[in-house]
Design a protein around this ligand. Structure first.
Ligand SMILES: O=P(O)(O)OC[C@H]1O[C@H](O[C@H]2O[C@H](CO)[C@@H](O)[C@H](O)[C@H]2O)[C@H](O)[C@@H](O)[C@@H]1O
Length: 325
């Protein structure tokens, strides 16, 4: 299943216990953390000095990166200013949004036709032509995307769809009495939300309920996110593999010249950060206002910093083009 031999953390994984269910663990002071993961905004010119002449490809996570974290996942709207900035960036560079959410939902929020979308933590990708290098040809199927374009869909977890629907039904039933909890259908994965569960004891009960339910589904594993438990099928695929797949299918498989920029705030984005480190060039950028363990080289504080960075990136490209005239 692996793509370009990416190592998997999830193969043969059983449901695991969640040692930590909070948003993030603060490690040290933000100031000392910033020395290791400097702000890409404050060091913009220095950082971008290596980018001249390179093919920049931009990858953006959605929740917590393009939209602020809110209580109701159905109301995680991005601002018009952010939408305009992403649109401009996508005119300048190939741009993809890689989200844990189902792809159609992300498109509903973003509403931009000039970006690529990868949903369900990368397990739902549509690109113009698919990949000839992909080891997993049987999961590439011709179809039509949300924008009405003829595309090749890549669905590495397709076989799991009926079981995922069953899990959603069972989880909704089993967790019904936990006030504030919510089960989100993310197509190829499931998210159990507890941001609005006010009673601490209920959070522990919810965790036990989910773990005990998932004992019957050994082909799935549980990971943690920002006040969520994520239930994902055991396929060797993550946001890092999605990044590689997108680079390849969009024609950027010559790693000498490509410079991926990936912005994300969550644990699942760390897989993409690792891949960029492995490629050896590009900018893994974590969005965080607290010090936390990360593979990212640079940081941005919050979505408003992300907005400022995207605007700056577009301006940089326009200046470059101006210089060439
Ligand atoms: O990969 P992402 O685009 O970052 O998606 C990860 C999860 O994001 C959403 O949940 C998070 O944002 C919600 C809205 O702000 C918030 O209420 C929740 O507590 C956060 O965890 C989304 O609802 C999940 O399905 C995604 O898996």
């Amino acid at each position: 299943m692996g793509y370009l031999s990416q190592p998997s953390e999830h193969s043969n994984m059983k449901p695991i216990s969640l040692a930590k269910m909070d948003d993030n663990e603060e490690l040290c002071s933000y100031a000392s953390w910033l020395e290791k993961h400097p702000s890409v905004l404050e060091n913009f010119d220095k950082v971008m000095s290596v980018a001249e002449g390179k093919e920049i490809v931009v990858f953006l996570d959605y929740d917590g990166t393009l939209s602020p974290i809110v209580d109701d996942p159905d109301k995680a709207y991005m601002s018009d200013a952010m939408r305009a900035a992403v649109r401009e960036v996508a005119y300048c560079f190939p741009t993809a949004i890689v989200s844990g959410r189902r792809k159609d939902k992300v498109y509903e929020f973003v509403k931009l036709r000039n970006v690529y979308y990868a949903g369900s933590h990368g397990m739902d990708i549509s690109t113009p032509s698919g990949s000839s290098k992909c080891e997993d040809q049987k999961h590439q199927i011709k179809g039509v995307d949300e924008k009405g374009n003829h595309v090749v869909h890549f669905h590495p977890a397709k076989e799991f769809l009926p079981t995922i629907q069953e899990i959603i039904k069972v989880l909704k039933e089993n967790t019904r009495r936990i006030k504030g909890s919510m089960i989100e259908d993310n197509m190829f994965c499931v998210t159990v939300h507890y941001r609005c569960v006010k009673n601490e004891e209920d959070i522990s009960v919810l965790r036990e309920m989910v773990e005990s339910t998932m004992k019957s589904y050994s082909n799935f594993h549980i990971s943690s996110g920002r006040k969520v438990m994520e239930i994902r099928p055991n396929v060797n695929w993550d946001k890092g593999c999605a990044l590689m797949y997108l680079l390849d299918t969009l024609g950027f498989d010559n790693f000498n010249n490509v410079l991926p920029i990936y912005l994300g705030d969550d644990r699942t984005d760390e897989d993409a950060f690792k891949v960029i480190r492995h490629i050896g060039q590009g900018f893994p950028i974590v969005v965080s206002s607290i010090a936390k363990k990360t593979q990212a080289s640079y940081s941005l504080r919050d979505p408003s910093d992300v907005l400022a960075f995207l605007i700056r990136l577009t301006r940089w490209k326009k200046n470059m083009l101006q210089k060439l005239k």
